[in-house]
Design a protein around this ligand. Structure first.
Ligand code: RNT
Ligand code: ZN
Length: 418
């Protein structure tokens, strides 16, 4: 097995080297890329803090058995997933995933409520990212959180967001890795509003207050996530793309682009080179919208590859944070994590295997024939041999063999959760 993998790699290496691509170097670079694994795939965005129904216009379908019911189970499941994903990565937590016996509400969360997560992350050598959870709570009222017309409700969410940033700072300090904190608010109207500006003004002022405390960017980077519409906010979302991007650029915040948060024919891959020119850091929420922001498991589709190519071609990997954001409860949840993560890494590998300079040269010379010929021929180059070799080298199962591990875990652990 090992020998034949090495042999196939050697053949592929020669083929790529003819176009000037150094596959050994590519694999070294690939090993540096971190993916932030969203904890919420493990329990259908439920969390452990309260027992509320999911709200905020997002929804999970399916009832595959084995969802994690406790922080311990969620960590155990994440560990399992990480054993079959090549590389060292991060885990993305939401505030509702606090690990504590205390009865504490979102506005009063403190670093101590996340201590077990930090200890675990240290032990597993993982970074942590974070999110305030401005949904699934009685104070998410009439479709509004931080831009609600009632000042008391607004205050609650402002306090929650402030508390979140202190926890992020703690993650960053303890783990010696910057924590990315993403602010997403579901706020909006189902039907056409009259006053579109007032909620945006309230959101702007609320964010100013949330960010009034300076936190060292060594420990925490804030990102703001826009959205086009959600269930219950079909006509108007306060935090639209224009709102979030303008706020981020003006206030030196990062912008979060979720693949499913735009018009159906609009792609985030086409936005990266534009935003990056203005020195704004970017967080990606890699997801797969099927006809709407459905948050399907990430597959190797055209947009995933285009995103990866834009990151590699424009040298954006060092200023882009790659997070996953989808939730599918109709298949094994650990497999869902693994499929999306392996695809993300594989898409970056494919992008790194592209002879970008050669292509850019052809384009600059106006030789668009060569550009198209190369792009099309590259699609059947032997990147699979390079990927298999990489998995083997990184000590994770090759090709689909990881499923055996995950299925065994399903029988031994997941199916026993009743
Ligand atoms: C919702 C946003 C948001 C959430 C998570 C749980 O449409 O994409 O990022 O999915 O924060
Ligand atoms: Zn998202």
């Amino acid at each position: 097995m090992v020998n034949s993998l090495a042999k196939r790699y050697e053949e592929a290496r020669m083929i790529y080297s003819q176009l000037g691509v150094d596959t050994d170097l590519v694999l070294e670079k690939l090993a540096q890329v971190k993916i932030s694994l969203h904890c919420w795939q493990g329990d259908d965005v439920h969390g452990f803090l309260r027992n509320e129904e999911l709200s905020g216009g997002i929804s999970v379908t399916g009832n595959y058995p084995g969802a994690a019911r406790t922080p311990q189970e969620l960590r155990q499941d994440l560990e399992k997933a990480l054993t079959v994903i090549p590389g060292k990565h991060k885990v993305n937590l939401h505030a509702i995933y606090a690990d504590t016996d205390e009865k504490v509400d979102l506005d009063a969360l403190e670093p101590k409520h996340f201590k077990p997560w930090v200890e675990w992350a240290k032990e597993q050598k993982l970074g942590l990212d974070f999110n305030p959870s401005c949904f699934s709570h009685p104070n998410f009222q009439d479709g509004f959180s931080i831009s609600h017309p009632d000042e008391k409700i607004r205050k609650f969410w402002i306090m929650h967001c402030k508390a979140t940033r202190k926890i992020s700072e703690y993650f960053g300090k303890e783990l010696k890795q910057t924590c990315v904190t993403n602010f997403w608010f579901p706020d909006g109207y189902k039907d056409v509003p009259v006053d579109r500006m007032a909620p945006r003004r309230r959101m702007k002022e609320a964010l100013d207050e949330v960010f009034s405390e300076k936190i060292d960017s060594k420990y925490n980077v804030d990102t703001i996530e826009s959205k086009l519409f959600g269930i219950g906010s079909e006509s108007y979302v306060v935090g639209s793309h224009e709102f979030c991007l303008s706020y981020a650029i003006k206030h030196d915040k990062a912008i979060c682009l979720d693949v499913g948060h735009f018009h159906p024919t609009e792609t985030i891959s086409n936005k990266l080179s534009a935003i990056a020119l203005f020195d704004t850091e970017i967080l990606l929420h890699v997801s797969r919208p099927v006809r709407w922001d459905s948050d399907h498991v990430v597959i190797m589709d055209d947009e995933l590859q285009e995103i990866a190519k834009e990151l590699v071609r424009n040298n954006l990997l060092n200023k882009t944070h790659i997070g996953l954001d989808y939730f599918d409860a109709s298949i094994n949840r650990i497999a869902a994590w693994v499929i999306g993560s392996r695809n993300m890494i594989k898409a970056i590998l494919r992008a790194m295997l592209e002879p970008t300079e050669l292509l850019k040269e052809a384009e600059a010379k106006g030789d668009l024939t060569t550009r198209l010929v190369l792009l099309e021929e590259l699609k059947s180059f032997p990147f699979g041999a390079i990927w298999d070799y990489y998995c083997e080298k990184m000590g994770v199962p090759v090709r689909e063999s990881w499923l055996v591990d995950v299925k065994r875990y399903e029988t031994d652990v997941l199916m026993k959760r009743k």
